[in-house]
Design a protein around this ligand. Structure first.
Ligand code: X5A
Ligand code: ZN
Length: 758
């Protein structure tokens, strides 16, 4: 299934006819700049192009009053002076004789996109529209917006497709107060907006844009506002907001559809937003949303006034929708103090309504913390700079100042000197090189596994040279057996393909008895072959290789250990959470913050003996880890894993959405305790873990938690089912077969000894 791009060139017609400094930034070139860049990058050609239609009177009536719609209709025949006079009755609005036509196309484009996604014609898509919509209200135009495109699409998805849970993510830098007003008491629409607020001193200057506006009546807790009180918010702040606020609620809500009010005035260079997030950040935000709702994501353009920044950010969004790996984020991944305060106050305001926030809140109190004085945002008054893509990771990304401090109090000595800022690091290359032609390769050893692989996933036949394989195997007793050697040879060949940039991601299998040794070799090989920072997520009974250096080049994370323990900041173990809710908070609250903070250029994820992970959980983990290292992820499986597990991993690694997990369960007390313990240990060093303001300096290291048996994620007891935040469950109707699918997608390619799967 592909990606739709909905557009109509008529939407370039509306424009400002008189002098108005506030409105002049909303101009036709916004659309043409974005579209031209999509064409230049070959992205438009990979999408299913849909020509926008006009929304009908009835469809506009889902959200707007009939009187307002006819008022806007009448602007078609007004002269310039009358248009200007009418415009003056609204805040930040201009009308043009073409406004009614354009605004009906903009709303219609959203409807077409939602129909294409909900009928199964495409997986996801973007509507490139003008005028924008999210400020528009039942009977009022506002902030360049005439009809509320996203709100109309949501109402339509409910009415025509029978949906019960829709998530709206408004990443535009302005508060979409229009959407908030329209769904304020509606529990079937969860509305999330972050916005420049500056304690109420930024447009639209509304008290109800603050974090304590959480909805009303039945809709309490279904409005989520994250006000930014300083400008200069960047990649780390945005990712932290997703990991620690939006995504926990979104998983608990379990949406059937995600609508994005995709304004790019929240990107660097924009004159309205004054923020610092780089275009690649939007690939990550999109990627993070694609794990929801089975990947049904409909993005609709809102703001975005710096043409260069807008065009790049639109490309990043479409790339992610197409399933391409996200380029690594540049800059230090340390959220600023003001962002942390905002995230914390939104979490506090929402905590009464969301189980996923409650348990952690309690633990925060147990740990006891004091609030440090406010620090300014990094880069808050810095000069705007927007690199023309590709944006190379600046050497400062790798500088020691940004790395966590070298020594952990109480932990073993570990030298965390930052890896030398090698100009040839994979991370730098990732930014400069085109994506590998082969996206995913599967190197399996058991030929009897009948894998149903997507056509562009390559089955690898090749193997490393025998002598080389034996040399790597020599120190390991468990690698002397012939089967283990064969598997290792294939793994080394695949790993080399990834490190040399021929292949993006892969899956390799190994006999269970050789899993630990094979992983050890894979780490050594990765580090000696160009990886600067290697993240290893080991599930099940896999011990950290004994001679792995504590030099900051490897971050070892074991999920499935007996107890939660941080032996150093680069060596972390946690038990496998028992409940789905615990698994999710482990991923969002521990694994991804560490991973984003570490900025690896290679990720190994090993499902070792007794990993206990169910397919959907493994798929979610792999899908989310794919956001790191430019998608350079190697999954290591046991040979006797089911074809289903290998198949689902192959699909998410090539960019398909993981299946949704369904109703969530709350985390067990043990899950929460383990997570809180590790956060307490690691927060001082890994700033992306922070969800509350903690004391400057390290927290005291407490005693290790008592041992507990290894549980299984996903076993949900009835009393732990969450019902309250999930309005009436109802399955989506089976998508009827519809129209042509996207012509895009990567073709099978033959590279070296990689041969296409039949
Ligand atoms: C859609 C959008 C902004 C209006 C700003 C008025 N509107 N000062 O970004
Ligand atoms: Zn905006």
């Amino acid at each position: 299934m592909g990606t739709a791009l909905v557009y109509h060139e008529d939407m370039t017609a509306t424009r400002l006819l008189w002098d108005d400094p506030e409105c002049e930034i909303e101009r036709p070139e916004r659309l043409t700049a974005a579209l031209d860049r999509l064409r230049q990058r070959g992205l438009e050609q990979r999408c299913l192009r849909l020509s926008a239609r006009e929304a009908s009177k009835e469809e506009l009536g889902l959200v707007h009053s009939p009187e307002y719609v006819s008022l806007v209709r009448k602007t078609q025949v007004l002269g310039e002076e009358e248009l200007q006079a009418l415009s003056g009755q609204f805040d930040a609005i201009y009308f043009h004789p073409s406004t009614f036509h354009c605004a009906r196309l903009a709303a219609g484009a959203g409807l077409q996109l939602v129909d294409a996604v909900l009928t199964g014609a495409v997986q996801n898509g973007l509507a490139l529209v003008r005028p924008p919509g999210h400020h528009s209200q039942r009977a009022a135009a506002n902030g360049f917006c005439v009809f509320n495109n996203v709100a109309i699409a949501a109402a339509h998805a409910k009415q025509k497709h029978g949906l019960h849970r829709i998530l709206i993510v408004d990443w535009d830098v302005h508060h979409g107060q229009g959407i908030q007003y329209l769904f304020e008491d509606d529990p079937s629409v969860l509305y999330f907006s972050w916005h420049r607020y500056e304690h109420g001193r930024f447009w639209p200057f509304l008290r109800e844009s603050d974090a304590d506006a959480v909805g009303r009546g039945q809709g309490l807790g279904f409005t989520v506002n994250l006000p930014w009180n300083q400008v200069g918010m960047g990649n780390a702040d945005y990712v932290a907001a997703f990991l620690h606020l939006l995504l926990p609620l979104a998983f608990e809500f379990d949406p059937e559809l995600v609508l994005v009010s995709a304004g790019f005035d929240s990107a660097i260079g924009d004159p309205e937003g004054q923020m610092q997030a780089t275009p690649e950040c939007f690939a990550h935000l999109t990627h993070l949303l694609q794990v929801l709702a089975g990947g049904r994501v409909c993005a609709m353009l809102e703001g975005g006034y710096h043409l260069e920044s807008l065009a790049e950010s639109v490309c990043m969004t479409v790339q992610a929708l197409l399933g391409d790996p996200a380029p690594p984020l540049s800059g230090l991944m340390v959220p600023c103090q003001s962002a942390l305060e905002s995230i914390q106050s939104a979490r506090a305001a929402q905590a009464p309504y969301w189980k996923s926030l409650q348990l952690q809140g309690q633990c925060g109190q147990v740990l006891g913390c004091r609030i440090p004085p406010q620090a300014p945002c990094s880069g808050y008054d810095s000069e705007l700079s927007l690199d023309v893509t590709p944006v190379p990771t600046s050497p400062s990304t790798h500088s020691p100042e940004g790395r966590p401090p070298p020594l952990l109090p109480g932990g073993p000595t570990c030298k965390a000197a930052a890896p030398a800022p090698a100009p040839s690091s994979l991370l730098d290359q990732l930014c400069l090189c085109p994506a590998p032609s082969v996206r995913t390769t599967v190197a399996l050893t058991a030929p009897d596994i009948t894998l149903v692989l997507p056509p562009d996933v390559i089955q690898q036949e090749g193997s490393a040279l025998r002598e080389e394989t034996e040399a790597w195997a020599r120190p390991h007793e468990s690698l002397v057996r012939e089967e283990a050697l064969t598997a290792l040879g294939k793994l080394l060949y695949l790993l080399d393909g990834m490190l040399d940039g021929q292949v993006n991601s892969g899956i390799a299998a190994t006999p269970a008895s050789a899993a630990a040794a094979t992983l050890d070799v894979a780490i050594q090989r990765g580090l000696s072959h160009g990886a600067q920072r290697l993240l290893c997520v080991a599930l099940g009974q896999l011990d950290r290789p004994p001679d792995l250096a504590h030099d900051g080049r490897t971050l070892w994370l074991n999920i499935g250990g007996k107890e939660a323990a941080a032996l150093s900041m680069f060596h972390v173990a946690t038990p496998l959470p028992v409940m789905t809710g615990g698994f999710l908070s482990c991923i969002l609250g521990l694994v991804l913050p560490l991973a984003y903070g570490f900025q690896p250029d290679l990720v190994l994820v090993a499902l070792g003996p007794g990993h206990g992970l169910q397919g959907p959980h493994a798929a979610l983990l792999a899908a989310m880890l794919r956001g790191l290292a430019g998608g350079r992820v190697l999954a290591l499986l046991e040979e006797d894993s089911t074809p289903q597990l290998a198949g689902i991993l192959a699909r998410v690694l090539r960019g398909e959405a993981p299946p949704s997990l369904g109703p969530s369960s709350v985390a067990s007390p043990e899950d929460v305790q383990a997570l809180m313990y590790l956060r307490g240990q690691l927060e001082p060093q890994w700033k992306m873990l922070q969800v509350r303001l903690i004391a400057e300096g390290p927290l005291p290291w407490g005693p290790a938690l008592p041992q507990r048996s290894v549980g299984r994620a996903g076993q949900v007891s009835a009393e732990n089912q969450l019902q309250c935040r999930r309005p009436a469950a109802r399955l989506l109707p089976a998508p009827p077969p519809v129209v042509p699918s996207s012509p895009g997608g990567l073709k099978s390619a033959k590279v070296g000894a990689f041969t296409p799967q039949k």
